[in-house]
Design a protein around this ligand. Structure first.
Ligand code: ADP
Length: 482
């Protein structure tokens, strides 16, 4: 039972008015009676009644119209209409106006109390629901605002404290942001914010790097400092903001590189020297005196084995260097010229096997930024395999073309082809596919070397082949504007 709710009655008929007043007061409602239209407005504004009960005609006005206007001001106020009689027209009008319900004669005390109780109950549910929704929405908004504010501080703290230097530039190369490492590395002060980067930073390597316009989104470069430090600088375009420059100290990597190079050099030397000695002595043996046929044959086998160990060692050493990422030399390389050198080297083999060679090189190819020695090694391996696995009188087609800032090298042969389920495995170290096991010898390292070389140049390599229909190896390398 709701006891203290104020019910506002707006009725002209004094008999009905007093009936309602009594009925409601009997169940402990507080009742206010509107004195004319102004009186109604005044009580609504000042006393916030819990419910309005208004007659179809009140103070010479249309009760429904008044109710509609009040609902605009107090959308959650429950309003009951006292209609002259129950008609479908009244029902429609009440529903249309958004009122809580209506009463009509003959009036019984219970009907009045029940209608008021129900309307208040519904209004309370609605109010509760609105309050809950508002609370939820507000708290989720607060949470979101809170999180993003937290996140922002976190991000700022991370960028400020990471051990890489970060400089953000706007579209006009003016400094928007620098972190501590960047300021220390380039001797920048807080006043540099908002100034152009070029006079602010004196390092000639960095200046050259920044002045160089590029189409690609990411650029890398090494900065050398007089005190021996080497930094790797990366420039990333950020749409609608400008450019982010990150600087990473790679001095220790460079030192490691040197140590590794020395190690590789020593090991390869130490391994190769005894092998060279073995080879040398096998040659000397035949000079000391005549050998019988069997001795000759054994000697030949020793020589072939030593030769293949030497090849294996060389390939392993190469692979180690490339995989460790120490192969960083990059210069402008013309793939078509290197292809020519490689084909020249294989010329006699091609002639020997009477292989038909077709070459299709597109004109005006762009250069690669690559290590020419490794690119040559890659071509030698692919061309060498094609020749090795293609039977006499076969055909080898090589093709270079360009597409979407990429150079595409394809080599197709009329060899045995490669089973589908082994086409990815052949790029693994020491993997030799079932198609060639009775055929030419090999270490199974050639394609692993090709793959490491291609990937260290940010490229891709794969094979397309059907057994018995030859194979096509495809290498895609990105072209960098230099
Ligand atoms: P290797 O040639 O020394 O065995 P690779 O790593 O160069 O090692 O090649 C791995 C395997 O891939 C080869 O053993 C062979 O099974 C297969 N393969 C490579 N090139 C070809 C080719 N052109 N035609 C058919 N099979 C090939």
């Amino acid at each position: 039972m709701t006891s203290r709710d104020l019910i506002l009655l707006a009725l002209d008929d004094s008999q009905i008015l007093s009936l309602m007043e009594r009925a409601l007061q009997a169940v402990s409602y507080e009742v206010a009676v509107a004195n004319g239209y102004e009186g109604l407005e005044k009580i609504l504004d000042e006393s916030s009644p819990a419910l309005l009960l208004i007659a179809e005609q009140f103070a010479g006005r249309n009760g429904i119209e008044i109710a509609k206007a009040e609902l605009e001001r107090f959308p959650t106020l429950p309003i009951l209409l006292f209609a002259e009689r129950d008609t479908t027209g009244t029902t429609k009008a009440v529903l249309k106006a958004g009122l809580s319900g209506y009463l009509y004669p003959p009036l019984h005390t219970d009907d009045i109390v029940e209608a008021v109780n129900q309307s208040l109950e519904r209004a309370r549910h609605l109010g509760d629901w609105i309050r809950r929704e508002v609370k939820q929405t507000t708290s989720s908004l607060e949470k979101r605002a809170e999180i993003s504010e937290t996140e922002r501080n976190k991000l700022e703290a991370i960028i400020a404290n990471i051990e890489d230097g970060v400089i953000v530039l706007d579209e006009e190369h003016k400094i928007l942001f620098t972190n501590r490492v960047a300021r220390e590395t380039f001797g920048l002060s807080d006043e540099s914010i908002g100034t152009p980067i070029l006079p602010a930073i004196q390092n000639p390597d960095l200046q050259a790097f920044l002045l160089h316009p590029t189409e690609s989104f990411i650029k890398y470069h090494e900065l050398n400092f007089d005190d021996g430090r080497v930094l790797n600088v990366q420039q990333t375009r950020i749409p609608h903001i400008g450019t982010a420059i990150t600087v990473h100290d790679i001095t220790y990597l460079k030192k490691l590189d040197q140590i590794k190079s020395e190690f590789v050099h020593t090991v390869s030397h130490d391994l190769r020297s005894p092998l060279t000695a073995v080879l040398g002595y096998t040659e000397l043996i035949s000079r000391i005196g005549p050998l019988n046929a069997q001795q000759q044959e054994f000697l030949g086998r020793i020589q072939a084995s030593v030769q293949s160990i030497t090849t294996l060692i060389n390939e392993l050493l190469d692979l180690g260097r490339i995989e460790a990422g120490f192969d960083t030399l990059r210069e402008s390389v013309r793939l078509e010229s290197i292809l020519q050198y490689s084909l020249d080297m294989f010329g006699s083999l091609i002639t020997q096997k009477n292989i038909h060679l077709e070459r299709n090189v597109a004109p005006d190819l762009p250069s690669l930024r690559a290590n020419p020695i490794r690119i040559r090694q890659m071509l030698d391996n692919l061309i060498g395999n094609a020749i090795k696995y293609t039977p006499k009188e076969g055909t080898i087609r090589v093709r270079i073309r360009t597409e979407d800032h990429q150079l595409i090298f394809e080599i197709n042969d009329t060899g045995p082809g490669i089973p589908l389920d082994e086409q990815t495995r052949i790029f693994e170290k020491f993997y030799r596919a079932s198609n060639v096991l009775d055929g030419p010898k090999g270490t199974g390292l050639g394609l692993a070397i090709v793959k490491s070389i291609v990937e260290s140049h940010q490229g891709r390599v794969w094979v397309e082949s059907k057994i018995g229909q030859g194979a096509t190896f495809i290498v895609v390398l990105p072209v960098y504007e230099s």
